[in-house]
Design a protein around this ligand. Structure first.
Ligand SMILES: Cc1cc2nc3c(=O)[nH]c(=O)nc-3n(C[C@H](O)[C@H](O)[C@H](O)COP(=O)(O)OP(=O)(O)OC[C@H]3O[C@@H](n4cnc5c(N)ncnc54)[C@H](O)[C@@H]3O)c2cc1C
Length: 392
């Protein structure tokens, strides 16, 4: 994997976006290194829905059949409490080859990408953290910290992660897919703008009786937002908005209390497969990178989970970056490719986050898919505006 070819791109961060970008680059014949400061892919399912457009991208890299075999198809999302009577986002009416959301938990999706990368001869280099970089001419010199576990001693038992070494990688490009606290973004000095206030959610996943049809629902009530998603393997995910700053363990009793509070008619859950509390602050980077360092995924934008948008937006970026980097052999083309990438992605995210002047223009051009417009409507309603209905 470390052959002697000069490295075209160092991809920093092996979340779904970095994995997808590295795979797309490798399939285009580019020499790629993919590092991650973690020890493995996600166990938690976090992102669960792949959009029709993401499925088309997966088809482009030869993975759609495997994904379809693992996932669950959801042709419609019911919206309740937003604008008069309940309405639905009908993906089945779309002209896409994949007219549905595919529910595929993030961990499984990442596993799929890791296996495909291995077939291309690329291994994720875990325990490697991008510490910094500098540029000379058209090459970037990247400092990589090697991390390892170290026992913490007598007073506090357990293991802590330590720097155990350092190496360097030279590359023509860096792709910062290193998530919300991106080192690449910070090293470039790119600012972050918050676009809405912080919101907090409790998330529960649990098994249900076989053969029950579960509708995907996003519901707005006085308490805030809640959503229900069917998962493969007869499981459900529910998320409930809770006051920011709530803490403490959450268990099945809390889920039952939430179901009662939200008047959800269903058999009461008796066990949980996963639960978590999380806070989200929607926002976006002021730029998508600079020169030979490009940002994609959560390093460039952050939104709330109900719109099932962040990872999907990141996959579009990963595909664009891979094609632009592969196509732009000379420096002149490369600069134009970056400007084009940055402008279109910032416009789209301003639209989806409901900020900026791009909104009207994007809508007029009809360039935003239904899922993007669904997300924009959600963001508007969270920000206090009345949402309209989403035509597909
Ligand atoms: C509950 C929940 C539900 C969600 N549902 C959806 C959904 O249905 N659809 C959707 O589109 N999105 C959803 N999201 C959002 C989605 O999970 C994220 O958008 C997605 O994980 C972002 O992928 P990423 O690859 O950009 O970043 P991440 O997944 O954050 O990966 C970044 C990686 O970079 C590594 N890293 C960080 N710093 C460094 C460094 N210096 N050097 C090397 N490696 C580094 C990290 O270890 C990490 O592995 C959800 C999120 C949550 C929490």
């Amino acid at each position: 994997m470390f052959g002697h070819r000069p490295v075209t791109a160092l991809v920093a961060g092996a979340g779904p976006v970095g994995l997808f970008a590295a795979l797309s680059l490798a399939q285009r014949g580019q020499s790629v290194r993919l590092i991650d400061r973690g020890v493995r892919t996600n166990f938690e399912s976090y992102a669960l829905a792949l959009h029709p457009l993401s499925l088309s991208l997966l088809e482009g890299i030869g993975l759609v059949d495997e994904a379809l075999a693992l996932g669950l198809r959801v042709p419609r999302v019911m919206m309740e409490g937003f604008d008069g009577n309940p309405w639905s986002v009908e993906l089945s009416a779309s002209s896409s080859r994949f007219p549905f959301l595919l529910i595929l938990p993030q961990g499984r999706f990442e596993g799929l990408l890791v296996r495909a990368l291995q077939k291309e001869g690329v291994e994720v280099e875990w325990n490697r953290s991008l510490a910094g970089f500098d540029q000379s001419g058209d090459r970037l010199h990247c400092q990589i910290d090697h991390l390892g576990d170290q026992a913490m001693g007598y007073a506090v038992s357990g293991m802590s992660r330590m720097k155990v070494g350092r190496s360097r990688i030279e590359a023509s490009y860096i792709l910062g897919t290193d998530g919300i606290w991106s080192t690449v973004r910070r090293e470039l000095g790119i600012g972050w703008k918050r676009t809405a206030r912080e919101r907090a959610f409790e998330l529960y996943e649990f098994p249900v009786r076989e053969s029950r049809e579960i509708l995907a629902r996003v519901i707005r009530k006085d308490h805030g937002l809640m959503s229900i998603w069917p998962l493969p393997g007869n499981r459900i995910r529910m998320t409930f908005e809770v006051p920011v700053g709530s803490d403490g363990e959450i268990g099945v009793e809390d889920l039952r209390a939430r179901c009662l509070e939200h008047e959800i008619a269903m058999d009461m859950p008796t066990e949980l497969s996963w639960s978590s509390r999380m806070e989200f602050v929607p926002g976006m980077a002021e730029s998508m990178g600079r020169d030979r360092c490009w940002l994609a995924g959560d390093s460039a934008h952050r939104t709330l989970p109900q719109g099932v948008q962040s990872m999907n937006g990141g996959l579009v970026e990963a595909a664009l970056v891979a094609s632009r980097i592969s196509d732009a052999a000379d420096a002149h083309l490369q600069a134009a490719a970056f400007e084009d990438y940055a402008a279109s992605r910032l416009d789209e995210w301003e639209f989806m986050l409901g900020v900026g002047a791009a909104e009207v223009e994007q809508d007029r051009r009809g360039s935003i898919p239904a899922t993007g417009r669904l997300h924009q409507q959600l963001m508007k309603s969270w920000r206090g505006g009345a949402p309209g209905k989403v035509a597909v």
